[in-house]
Design a protein around this ligand. Structure first.
Ligand code: MG
Length: 455
């Protein structure tokens, strides 16, 4: 049996790799591992309802109750699981930012965090087994729960300065990717007294407006509209609302790294401490964090890993360059709506987003994915290791080499695709490009079987 879990749960194409039969088995396995009632939620995808029925069938037949929370963002489900002691875990039916033909399941631990590797392994172990049906009197129930969204929004509002946001009279452009955040962020903005012009806020499961990943290419409509309507900023979510990306009033895309830097500075001003980010994060973040009196801890790539390291280090904030931001005072998971509320607070206190961006130091980054079969990933990584000489390095995830000019290159095999990723960063654009090209060419040469002898 292949590995069920990828970097962010179980995912694949519906009725091909993700079938109702396997969803039922996942439901059973998770119920068995968690040992009790599971909260279940879903995103807006057309296949989500079918998979809800399948997952529920698995949970109920194994003897556990289903608490169905409805269509809602993943962090809203996580908040519910965290706050209900009688709920032992959760399953979110979603494929996050993947295309409409995809779907999947994110499995949630009893504390509301995404399952650890160890818990995922236990689920996999149960998944491979024939689990007996519970005798009739012990069959689980399907209970529909109301109010999970209201509780979630109340929780967010209890963590931000509502009065100062309300009195600022902000106007934003909001793009929910026609996903689960359609049910929460418009309400959040209303309760914060923020005027919102919306696009892609119609919860249609085939994502007619744009692809659901909030990349710069996918947000051209939002960028244009934010500028044209004279909004203070633009806000974009992914399909399941755990990520948030911002656009300045001038319509400029703000990278996740810059967003982390701005939020970190504002958080550290109130509470000094540690910030946790994965190794592919721009050095921009460390510069800003150190200037603000904090320190940075690096982890492997993957939001569940960042969240767990934040618990371990008692960090004040953490995030990923793709727009996944984690606010520990609220919960240890990526939270798109909380990121939105915090950024509004930042803009109210620190002035226009574009000014805050302009004040940040400039870094150049390059990200290239080189096609690489799974069996060549380790040899290629070893090859880079052996030719690195005495360059200062780090082995947290892949190989990160640091150069004397402050730039770095991260050589990292992908965990989910047959590619080898090469990230390069420098304060100088030409250096960044030249270095990227050097390592990409070296990777291709090696994979073609003619490795160059290191000089
Ligand atoms: Mg997501």
């Amino acid at each position: 049996m292949g590995r069920l879990f990828g970097t962010n749960g179980v995912r694949g194409v519906v009725n091909s790799t993700i079938t109702p039969e396997m969803a039922a088995q996942v439901g059973r396995a998770v119920a068995k591992v968690c040992g009790g009632t599971l909260a279940v939620g879903m995103d807006t995808r057309v296949s989500s309802r079918m998979l809800l029925d399948a997952v529920s069938f698995g949970i109920q037949s194994s003897g556990s109750d289903v608490r169905f929370l409805g269509v809602l963002p993943t962090p809203a489900l996580q908040y519910y699981v965290k706050n209900h002691e009688d709920v032992k875990g959760g399953i979110m039916i979603t494929a996050s930012h993947n295309p409409p033909e995809y779907n999947g399941m994110k499995c949630i631990s009893s504390d509301g965090t995404e399952m650890s590797l160890l818990e995922e392994e236990s689920v996999e172990e149960q998944y491979g087994r024939e689990l007996p049906d519970a005798p009739f009197p012990e069959m689980g129930r399907f209970i529909e729960v109301e109010g999970a969204i209201d509780d979630y929004l109340d929780g967010i509002l209890g963590n931000v300065d509502v009065e100062s946001i309300r009195s600022a009279g902000l106007k934003v452009c909001l793009d929910c990717a026609n996903g689960a955040a359609c049910y929460t962020t418009p309400l959040l903005l209303e309760r914060l007294g923020v005027k919102a012009v919306t696009l892609n806020c119609d919860p249609q499961g085939r994502f007619p407006g744009r692809d659901s990943e909030p990349t710069e290419e996918n947000l051209s409509d939002l960028m244009r509209m934010t500028r044209d309507v004279g909004a203070d900023l633009g806000i974009a979510h992914d399909g399941d609302g755990d990520r948030c990306i911002f656009v300045t009033g001038e319509g400029m895309y703000v990278s996740g790294d810059r967003c982390i830097a701005i939020l970190a500075r504002s958080i550290l001003a109130k509470k000094p401490g540690r910030i946790v980010v994965p190794v592919n994060t721009s050095s921009l973040v460390e510069g800003v964090v150190v200037d603000s009196g904090g320190s940075v801890r690096y982890t492997q790539v993957g939001a569940p890993i960042v969240a767990r390291k934040m618990q371990e280090y008692d960090a004040v904030f953490g995030g990923e360059e793709n727009g996944g931001m984690i606010f520990p005072e609220f919960q240890y998971c990526r939270d798109g709506a909380m990121a939105c509320a915090r950024m509004l607070e930042c803009v109210v206190r620190g002035g226009p987003l574009s000014d805050m961006i302009a004040a940040l130091p400039k870094y150049y980054t390059s990200k290239v994915s080189v096609d690489c079969p799974d069996n060549m990933k380790s040899p290629l990584l070893e090859h880079f290791r052996s030719r690195a000489g005495d360059t200062w390095r780090e082995d947290i995830d892949g190989l990160k080499l640091f150069f004397e000019d402050g730039g770095w290159v991260l050589l990292r095999p992908s965990g989910s695709e047959q590619v080898f990723r090469i990230f390069t960063e420098s304060k100088d654009e030409a250096t960044c490009e030249a270095r990227s090209q050097e390592y990409v060419e070296e990777a291709r040469r090696y994979l073609e079987g003619t490795p160059r002898i290191s000089s």
